[in-house]
Write a protein of this length. Structure first.
Length: 505
């Protein structure tokens, strides 16, 4: 049965798009690689930006966003994002997001890095998680169909328009196709190319972007990957910017504060990186905030520190380092969130709405998925009403079965898991926080050597049911394709700015 709108990805962006397409009268299907409540949205802890206070203005929000972006964002799109922010908060509040409150019952707000005012609305330090769970509850309540454990194989196009998608049912090992004249990609970012040096989950492998590129979709600004300043040193688990927003300090081994903790993320990450390269350990200090405050406002940070580092931040320093966190680059979309392929839309971290430029302002990622999730859902719904799918795409199952069989028949003389780890090390060292032209070119050469060995990296597990070995191989191939365009984009960018900080330009 054909659906009006098929959405790939069920994080905050996909769920928001699904709800608004449903409100607009469309029959919607959500397809996700994992499960909705495990999406990367739950790791956005600090807050969601919106101008609600009298001493703040939308113009300030726009200026802060453009400044953080190093002038590479689209002013018109940024203006739209910031103007829609208060309405987005009202909507989230109306559907039950449990925001923290002030003594007089108003939504509480804190200041995040790069902001001129306290404008990040928050739910303790679980903001993304609370938003995600509320959206999921709404989707379930609306009866929207959700298919979990499906891996995107291809976007089906005919005559320059989208006609549906083919996916691998991870549980059964069968190929499935879903017809639709309107498809929304909400598949998240690609920071997992940095392997263990990222705050992202193992699923952030850039699948939607890689598949879209192979279909001829345009991607832009792929070199801009934001490194979050405060991940825990040993585990790379995120310590939210809210910890600095509430007054936390950054200290080196000598106990010295060495940077403005609330400067834009690219500046803070480089300052920490410099200290580490100079032989210093770097710590986040929130001890002075007190146990009561930490347990009320930053409970997750204490739990994570204890769980992953055996550190109690109430009376100990948290050892930290910068790691890859958010990909500003992605699928180019127009004002309606549509790609260069008719009927194919993109939203969230996989998309580039030109609102982040070279460096995303803290608190704008959750805002982006709500503002543009609504736009994508409505516009995809409207497109599907005007363009019905009349093409037979049943032959896609056979095509994808041949593709998967070819993979199963590859020799496995080279371990792709080892190559994935090498890829992460290569990118963290040579395509990381501080770059230079020589190392970028060396990384490109090393990547090519890895790519040439893919034909020797088959899967050892030949079974069909729950073949995670096969899924992880498909993810690895997608990551290699993403890495290739990241390096090409980095070498093409002839100026140093934001997350693309190059010392020899």
């Amino acid at each position: 049965m054909q659906r009006d709108v098929v959405i790939i990805g069920a994080g905050g962006a996909g769920l928001t798009a699904a709800l608004h397409a449903h409100y607009n009268g469309s029959k919607v299907m959500l397809i996700t690689k994992e499960y909705p409540t495990r999406s990367q949205t739950c790791m956005a802890q600090g807050g969601i930006n919106a101008v609600l206070l009298e001493d703040d203005t939308i113009e300030k929000h726009i200026d802060d966003t453009l400044k953080a972006a190093h002038g590479l964002a689209d002013a018109k799109m940024v203006e739209f994002l910031c103007k829609e922010a208060p309405n987005s908060i009202k909507w989230l509040d109306s559907i039950g997001v449990p925001f923290s409150r002030t003594a007089d019952g108003k939504i509480a707000q804190r200041r995040l890095g790069g902001a001129s005012s306290s404008r990040a609305c928050y739910a303790q330090d679980y903001t993304g998680l609370k938003i995600l769970h509320t959206l999921y509850d709404q989707v379930v309540g609306c009866g929207i169909e959700i298919l979990s454990e499906r891996f995107l194989l291809d976007i089906i196009t005919k005559q320059d328009g989208v006609r549906g998608v083919s996916v691998l049912n991870i549980r059964s090992g069968e190929v499935e196709i879903y017809e639709s004249s309107s498809v929304i990609l909400a598949t998240g970012g690609y920071s997992k190319i940095y392997d263990k040096q990222t705050t992202n989950s193992k699923s952030s492998t850039g699948d939607g972007i890689a598949v879209a590129m192979r279909c001829g979709v345009k991607c832009i600004d792929m070199e801009f990957v934001q490194f979050h300043p405060t991940a825990m040193k040993n585990s790379a688990v995120l310590i939210s910017e809210s910890a600095r927003g509430e007054g936390g300090y950054l200290l080196n081994s000598k106990g010295e504060r060495f940077t403005n903790e609330l400067a834009p993320r690219d500046e803070v990450a480089r300052a920490i990186d410099k200290e580490i390269k100079n032989g210093e350990d770097v710590f986040l200090d929130i001890r002075h905030l007190g146990e009561k405050f930490i347990d009320e406002e930053l409970p997750q940070e204490r739990k994570l520190s204890l769980l992953y580092e055996n550190i109690d931040p109430v009376n100990e320093l948290i050892p930290i380092k910068p790691v890859a966190h958010y990909s500003m680059g992605g699928i180019e979309v127009d004002e309606s969130s549509q790609t260069n392929i008719a009927g194919l839309f993109a939203v969230g971290e996989c998309a580039n709405h030109k609102v982040h430029g070279a460096n995303r302002l803290g608190g704008n990622s959750l805002l982006e998925i709500i503002v543009f999730g609504k736009e994508a859902g409505i516009n995809a719904s409207e497109y599907s009403k005007k363009n019905k799918n009349n093409f037979d795409i049943s032959n896609e199952i056979e095509k994808q079965n041949r593709f998967l069989e070819d993979i199963r028949n590859l020799p496995s003389s080279v371990d792709f898991y080892g190559q994935k780890a090498e890829l992460g090390r290569l990118f963290y060292e040579k395509v990381g926080i501080v770059r230079n032209q020589k190392e970028l070119k060396n990384a490109q050469s090393d990547l090519q050597k890895i790519k040439e060995k893919i034909s020797q990296m088959g899967v050892s597990d030949k079974s069909k049911i729950y073949n995670t070995n096969l899924v992880e191989f498909l993810e690895f191939v997608n990551m290699v394709d993403i890495c290739e365009i990241v390096i090409k984009s980095a070498l093409k960018r002839e100026v140093s700015c934001g997350a693309h900080f190059v010392v020899d330009i």
